[in-house]
Design a protein around this ligand. Structure first.
Ligand code: LMR
Length: 334
Protein backbone atom coordinates (compact mmCIF):
# COMPACT_ATOMS: atom_id res chain seq x y z
CA UNK A 1 0.00 0.00 0.00
CA UNK A 2 2.76 2.40 0.97
CA UNK A 3 4.64 1.63 -2.22
CA UNK A 4 1.49 2.32 -4.27
CA UNK A 5 1.04 5.71 -2.60
CA UNK A 6 4.68 6.51 -3.19
CA UNK A 7 4.40 5.65 -6.89
CA UNK A 8 1.22 7.74 -7.25
CA UNK A 9 2.90 10.61 -5.40
CA UNK A 10 5.98 10.46 -7.60
CA UNK A 11 3.88 10.29 -10.76
CA UNK A 12 1.78 13.32 -9.87
CA UNK A 13 4.88 15.28 -8.88
CA UNK A 14 6.32 14.37 -12.27
CA UNK A 15 3.18 15.55 -14.05
CA UNK A 16 3.21 18.81 -12.11
CA UNK A 17 6.83 19.44 -13.04
CA UNK A 18 6.17 18.65 -16.70
CA UNK A 19 3.21 21.05 -16.67
CA UNK A 20 5.38 23.71 -15.07
CA UNK A 21 8.08 23.16 -17.64
CA UNK A 22 5.46 23.83 -20.33
CA UNK A 23 4.42 27.15 -18.84
CA UNK A 24 5.73 29.81 -21.19
CA UNK A 25 8.15 32.37 -19.88
CA UNK A 26 6.31 35.70 -19.89
CA UNK A 27 8.12 38.82 -21.06
CA UNK A 28 6.27 42.07 -20.39
CA UNK A 29 7.03 44.69 -23.04
CA UNK A 30 5.73 48.11 -22.08
CA UNK A 31 5.60 51.27 -24.18
CA UNK A 32 3.79 54.60 -24.24
CA UNK A 33 2.53 55.02 -27.81
CA UNK A 34 -0.54 53.70 -29.64
CA UNK A 35 -0.52 50.21 -31.11
CA UNK A 36 -1.01 51.71 -34.58
CA UNK A 37 2.42 53.38 -34.77
CA UNK A 38 5.87 52.19 -35.92
CA UNK A 39 6.87 51.20 -32.36
CA UNK A 40 3.46 49.68 -31.57
CA UNK A 41 3.51 47.54 -34.70
CA UNK A 42 7.15 46.52 -34.32
CA UNK A 43 6.65 45.38 -30.72
CA UNK A 44 3.65 43.25 -31.79
CA UNK A 45 5.77 41.83 -34.62
CA UNK A 46 8.53 40.96 -32.14
CA UNK A 47 6.01 39.29 -29.80
CA UNK A 48 4.69 37.13 -32.63
CA UNK A 49 8.12 36.06 -33.87
CA UNK A 50 9.38 35.44 -30.32
CA UNK A 51 6.50 33.02 -29.78
CA UNK A 52 7.08 31.28 -33.11
CA UNK A 53 10.86 31.00 -32.91
CA UNK A 54 10.87 29.68 -29.33
CA UNK A 55 8.12 27.20 -30.16
CA UNK A 56 5.87 28.80 -27.53
CA UNK A 57 8.45 28.74 -24.75
CA UNK A 58 8.27 32.53 -24.55
CA UNK A 59 5.15 34.66 -24.48
CA UNK A 60 5.72 38.37 -25.01
CA UNK A 61 2.89 40.48 -23.64
CA UNK A 62 2.84 43.96 -25.15
CA UNK A 63 1.32 46.80 -23.12
CA UNK A 64 0.80 49.88 -25.34
CA UNK A 65 -0.29 53.46 -24.60
CA UNK A 66 1.24 53.71 -21.09
CA UNK A 67 -1.27 51.12 -19.80
CA UNK A 68 1.39 49.42 -17.67
CA UNK A 69 3.88 52.21 -16.97
CA UNK A 70 4.32 55.85 -17.94
CA UNK A 71 7.57 57.43 -19.16
CA UNK A 72 9.42 57.94 -15.90
CA UNK A 73 8.06 54.89 -14.08
CA UNK A 74 8.95 52.45 -16.84
CA UNK A 75 12.73 52.95 -16.49
CA UNK A 76 12.53 52.31 -12.75
CA UNK A 77 10.28 49.27 -13.31
CA UNK A 78 12.83 47.80 -15.73
CA UNK A 79 15.66 48.16 -13.26
CA UNK A 80 13.54 46.60 -10.53
CA UNK A 81 12.49 43.72 -12.80
CA UNK A 82 8.75 44.59 -12.80
CA UNK A 83 8.87 44.73 -16.60
CA UNK A 84 11.34 43.00 -18.91
CA UNK A 85 11.38 45.08 -22.08
CA UNK A 86 10.86 48.72 -23.07
CA UNK A 87 11.55 50.88 -26.10
CA UNK A 88 11.87 54.44 -24.77
CA UNK A 89 12.60 57.31 -27.08
CA UNK A 90 16.34 58.14 -27.23
CA UNK A 91 15.42 61.50 -25.68
CA UNK A 92 14.52 59.83 -22.39
CA UNK A 93 17.86 58.39 -21.24
CA UNK A 94 19.31 61.57 -19.71
CA UNK A 95 17.56 61.19 -16.33
CA UNK A 96 19.13 57.72 -16.12
CA UNK A 97 22.57 59.34 -16.32
CA UNK A 98 23.19 58.32 -19.94
CA UNK A 99 23.38 61.89 -21.26
CA UNK A 100 25.25 60.89 -24.42
CA UNK A 101 21.94 59.64 -25.84
CA UNK A 102 20.83 63.25 -26.16
CA UNK A 103 23.15 63.59 -29.16
CA UNK A 104 20.22 62.22 -31.20
CA UNK A 105 18.09 65.20 -30.10
CA UNK A 106 20.45 67.85 -31.48
CA UNK A 107 18.40 69.89 -33.94
CA UNK A 108 19.22 69.41 -37.63
CA UNK A 109 22.10 66.99 -36.96
CA UNK A 110 20.66 64.34 -39.31
CA UNK A 111 19.39 64.99 -42.81
CA UNK A 112 17.83 61.57 -43.25
CA UNK A 113 17.46 58.10 -41.72
CA UNK A 114 20.44 56.73 -43.67
CA UNK A 115 22.76 59.11 -41.82
CA UNK A 116 21.13 58.16 -38.56
CA UNK A 117 21.63 54.44 -39.24
CA UNK A 118 25.34 55.03 -39.89
CA UNK A 119 25.54 56.26 -36.31
CA UNK A 120 23.34 53.66 -34.61
CA UNK A 121 25.02 50.74 -36.38
CA UNK A 122 28.51 52.18 -35.89
CA UNK A 123 30.85 52.91 -33.00
CA UNK A 124 28.62 55.53 -31.34
CA UNK A 125 25.62 53.17 -31.24
CA UNK A 126 27.78 50.49 -29.59
CA UNK A 127 29.37 52.98 -27.17
CA UNK A 128 25.96 54.14 -25.96
CA UNK A 129 24.76 50.58 -25.38
CA UNK A 130 27.96 49.86 -23.43
CA UNK A 131 27.13 52.83 -21.22
CA UNK A 132 23.70 51.35 -20.46
CA UNK A 133 25.25 48.12 -19.20
CA UNK A 134 26.78 50.06 -16.32
CA UNK A 135 23.17 50.82 -15.27
CA UNK A 136 22.08 47.16 -15.40
CA UNK A 137 20.37 47.68 -18.74
CA UNK A 138 21.07 45.90 -22.00
CA UNK A 139 20.41 47.60 -25.33
CA UNK A 140 19.00 45.19 -27.89
CA UNK A 141 18.26 47.37 -30.93
CA UNK A 142 17.62 50.84 -32.28
CA UNK A 143 14.21 51.34 -33.90
CA UNK A 144 13.20 54.28 -36.08
CA UNK A 145 10.26 56.49 -35.69
CA UNK A 146 11.13 59.52 -37.76
CA UNK A 147 11.60 63.25 -38.07
CA UNK A 148 9.61 65.70 -35.99
CA UNK A 149 7.27 68.54 -36.88
CA UNK A 150 6.26 71.44 -34.64
CA UNK A 151 2.63 72.08 -33.79
CA UNK A 152 0.85 74.93 -31.97
CA UNK A 153 -2.30 77.02 -32.14
CA UNK A 154 -0.55 79.66 -34.23
CA UNK A 155 1.50 79.23 -37.39
CA UNK A 156 5.18 78.58 -36.61
CA UNK A 157 7.12 79.75 -39.64
CA UNK A 158 9.95 81.96 -38.39
CA UNK A 159 12.03 81.64 -35.20
CA UNK A 160 10.25 84.73 -33.83
CA UNK A 161 6.90 82.87 -33.96
CA UNK A 162 8.06 80.57 -31.13
CA UNK A 163 8.60 83.43 -28.69
CA UNK A 164 6.69 82.86 -25.45
CA UNK A 165 5.05 79.63 -26.66
CA UNK A 166 4.88 76.96 -23.96
CA UNK A 167 6.13 73.83 -25.69
CA UNK A 168 5.90 70.31 -24.27
CA UNK A 169 9.15 68.40 -24.58
CA UNK A 170 10.50 64.99 -23.60
CA UNK A 171 12.93 64.81 -20.67
CA UNK A 172 16.00 65.96 -22.61
CA UNK A 173 18.21 68.96 -21.82
CA UNK A 174 19.01 69.27 -25.52
CA UNK A 175 15.34 69.69 -26.35
CA UNK A 176 15.06 72.22 -23.55
CA UNK A 177 17.91 74.20 -25.06
CA UNK A 178 16.46 73.85 -28.57
CA UNK A 179 13.20 75.47 -27.44
CA UNK A 180 14.99 78.22 -25.54
CA UNK A 181 17.10 78.97 -28.63
CA UNK A 182 13.95 80.33 -30.32
CA UNK A 183 12.49 81.97 -27.23
CA UNK A 184 9.94 79.25 -26.44
CA UNK A 185 9.26 78.00 -22.91
CA UNK A 186 9.97 74.26 -22.67
CA UNK A 187 7.93 72.07 -20.36
CA UNK A 188 8.88 68.44 -19.68
CA UNK A 189 5.83 66.19 -19.55
CA UNK A 190 5.03 62.48 -19.84
CA UNK A 191 3.74 61.46 -23.25
CA UNK A 192 0.49 60.17 -21.74
CA UNK A 193 -0.36 63.68 -20.53
CA UNK A 194 0.30 65.65 -23.71
CA UNK A 195 -3.14 65.48 -25.32
CA UNK A 196 -4.88 66.84 -22.25
CA UNK A 197 -2.25 69.50 -21.68
CA UNK A 198 -2.73 70.73 -25.25
CA UNK A 199 -6.50 70.57 -24.95
CA UNK A 200 -6.64 72.55 -21.73
CA UNK A 201 -3.96 75.03 -22.74
CA UNK A 202 -1.44 73.98 -20.10
CA UNK A 203 0.97 74.05 -23.04
CA UNK A 204 0.57 75.77 -26.41
CA UNK A 205 2.37 73.35 -28.65
CA UNK A 206 4.76 70.45 -29.01
CA UNK A 207 6.93 68.46 -31.44
CA UNK A 208 6.62 64.86 -32.59
CA UNK A 209 6.70 62.67 -35.67
CA UNK A 210 3.32 62.59 -37.44
CA UNK A 211 2.43 59.04 -36.37
CA UNK A 212 2.51 60.08 -32.70
CA UNK A 213 0.69 63.34 -33.33
CA UNK A 214 -2.10 61.62 -35.25
CA UNK A 215 -2.62 58.51 -33.10
CA UNK A 216 -2.80 60.63 -29.92
CA UNK A 217 -5.31 62.91 -31.67
CA UNK A 218 -3.10 65.93 -30.99
CA UNK A 219 -4.18 67.33 -34.37
CA UNK A 220 -7.67 67.74 -32.91
CA UNK A 221 -6.33 70.18 -30.33
CA UNK A 222 -3.66 71.94 -32.38
CA UNK A 223 -4.62 74.42 -35.09
CA UNK A 224 -1.28 74.53 -36.91
CA UNK A 225 1.58 72.24 -37.77
CA UNK A 226 4.83 72.97 -39.64
CA UNK A 227 6.64 70.09 -41.31
CA UNK A 228 10.14 71.09 -40.25
CA UNK A 229 11.92 67.70 -39.98
CA UNK A 230 14.16 69.55 -37.53
CA UNK A 231 15.08 66.61 -35.36
CA UNK A 232 14.99 62.86 -35.13
CA UNK A 233 12.95 60.68 -32.77
CA UNK A 234 13.78 57.00 -32.46
CA UNK A 235 14.00 54.28 -29.84
CA UNK A 236 16.37 52.01 -28.00
CA UNK A 237 14.82 48.63 -27.26
CA UNK A 238 16.14 47.70 -23.84
CA UNK A 239 15.93 44.89 -21.33
CA UNK A 240 17.07 44.15 -17.79
CA UNK A 241 20.62 42.83 -18.20
CA UNK A 242 20.42 40.29 -15.38
CA UNK A 243 17.17 38.91 -16.78
CA UNK A 244 18.57 38.68 -20.30
CA UNK A 245 21.86 37.07 -19.27
CA UNK A 246 19.91 34.55 -17.17
CA UNK A 247 17.90 33.22 -20.11
CA UNK A 248 18.81 29.78 -21.48
CA UNK A 249 21.28 30.35 -24.33
CA UNK A 250 19.02 28.78 -26.99
CA UNK A 251 16.04 30.94 -25.99
CA UNK A 252 18.20 34.07 -25.90
CA UNK A 253 19.47 33.31 -29.40
CA UNK A 254 15.91 32.84 -30.70
CA UNK A 255 14.85 36.13 -29.13
CA UNK A 256 17.84 37.86 -30.70
CA UNK A 257 16.73 36.58 -34.09
CA UNK A 258 13.18 37.80 -33.43
CA UNK A 259 14.60 41.21 -32.46
CA UNK A 260 16.69 41.40 -35.63
CA UNK A 261 13.63 40.69 -37.75
CA UNK A 262 11.52 43.18 -35.78
CA UNK A 263 14.19 45.86 -36.27
CA UNK A 264 14.20 45.37 -40.04
CA UNK A 265 10.41 45.54 -39.99
CA UNK A 266 10.32 48.65 -37.74
CA UNK A 267 12.77 50.56 -39.90
CA UNK A 268 10.94 49.54 -43.06
CA UNK A 269 7.48 50.71 -41.98
CA UNK A 270 8.42 53.85 -40.02
CA UNK A 271 8.50 56.28 -42.94
CA UNK A 272 5.33 54.90 -44.56
CA UNK A 273 3.52 55.14 -41.23
CA UNK A 274 4.56 58.75 -40.72
CA UNK A 275 3.75 59.76 -44.31
CA UNK A 276 0.35 58.07 -43.97
CA UNK A 277 -0.31 59.87 -40.69
CA UNK A 278 0.54 63.23 -42.28
CA UNK A 279 -2.03 62.57 -45.00
CA UNK A 280 -4.64 61.70 -42.37
CA UNK A 281 -3.90 64.89 -40.45
CA UNK A 282 -4.32 66.87 -43.68
CA UNK A 283 -7.54 65.03 -44.55
CA UNK A 284 -8.99 65.72 -41.09
CA UNK A 285 -8.96 69.44 -41.86
CA UNK A 286 -8.48 70.12 -38.15
CA UNK A 287 -4.86 71.25 -38.38
CA UNK A 288 -3.45 73.55 -41.02
CA UNK A 289 -0.33 71.79 -42.32
CA UNK A 290 2.39 74.17 -43.48
CA UNK A 291 5.43 73.18 -45.57
CA UNK A 292 8.21 75.71 -44.88
CA UNK A 293 10.20 77.16 -47.75
CA UNK A 294 13.94 76.28 -47.89
CA UNK A 295 14.72 79.82 -46.65
CA UNK A 296 12.34 79.45 -43.68
CA UNK A 297 13.82 76.09 -42.75
CA UNK A 298 17.34 77.53 -43.00
CA UNK A 299 16.42 80.41 -40.67
CA UNK A 300 15.18 77.88 -38.12
CA UNK A 301 18.32 75.81 -38.56
CA UNK A 302 20.56 78.85 -38.02
CA UNK A 303 18.65 79.70 -34.85
CA UNK A 304 18.86 76.17 -33.44
CA UNK A 305 22.26 74.79 -34.45
CA UNK A 306 24.12 76.83 -31.76
CA UNK A 307 22.56 74.31 -29.36
CA UNK A 308 25.19 71.78 -30.54
CA UNK A 309 28.02 73.86 -29.09
CA UNK A 310 26.07 74.72 -25.95
CA UNK A 311 25.45 71.04 -25.25
CA UNK A 312 29.05 69.88 -25.77
CA UNK A 313 29.79 69.67 -22.07
CA UNK A 314 26.63 67.65 -21.41
CA UNK A 315 26.83 65.14 -24.27
CA UNK A 316 30.61 65.08 -24.77
CA UNK A 317 32.41 66.80 -27.64
CA UNK A 318 33.86 63.44 -28.69
CA UNK A 319 30.37 61.96 -29.17
CA UNK A 320 29.14 64.97 -31.15
CA UNK A 321 32.29 64.96 -33.30
CA UNK A 322 31.92 61.23 -33.95
CA UNK A 323 28.39 61.87 -35.24
CA UNK A 324 29.58 64.78 -37.41
CA UNK A 325 32.26 62.51 -38.84
CA UNK A 326 29.78 59.75 -39.66
CA UNK A 327 27.22 62.07 -41.23
CA UNK A 328 29.41 64.79 -42.73
CA UNK A 329 27.55 67.51 -40.82
CA UNK A 330 29.53 70.74 -40.54
CA UNK A 331 28.06 73.35 -38.18
CA UNK A 332 30.32 75.98 -39.76
CA UNK A 333 28.65 75.52 -43.15
CA UNK A 334 24.95 76.25 -42.95
C1 LMR B 1 7.21 61.43 -26.74
O1 LMR B 1 7.23 61.30 -25.51
O2 LMR B 1 6.93 62.49 -27.29
C2 LMR B 1 7.55 60.27 -27.63
O3 LMR B 1 8.87 60.01 -27.45
C3 LMR B 1 6.75 59.05 -27.32
C4 LMR B 1 7.32 57.86 -28.05
O4 LMR B 1 7.68 56.91 -27.37
O5 LMR B 1 7.36 57.90 -29.28
Amino acid sequence: MKLRQLVIGLLSAGFAMAALAQQPLVIKFSHVVAQDTPKGKASEFFAKRAGELTGGKVKVEVYANSTLFKDKEEMEALQLGAVQMLAPSLAKFGPLGAREFEVFDLPFIFDNSEQLHMVTTGAVGAQLFAKLETKGIKGLAYWDNGFKSFSANKPLKAPADFKGQKMRIQSSKVLESQMRAVGAIPQVMAFSEVYQALQTGVVDGTENPHSNLYTQKMHEVQKHMTVTDHGYLGYAVITNKKFWDGLPADVRGQLETAMKEATTYANKIAKEENDGALEKVRASGKTQVYMPTPAERLALKKAMVPVHKEMESRIGKDVIDAVYKATGFDPGKL
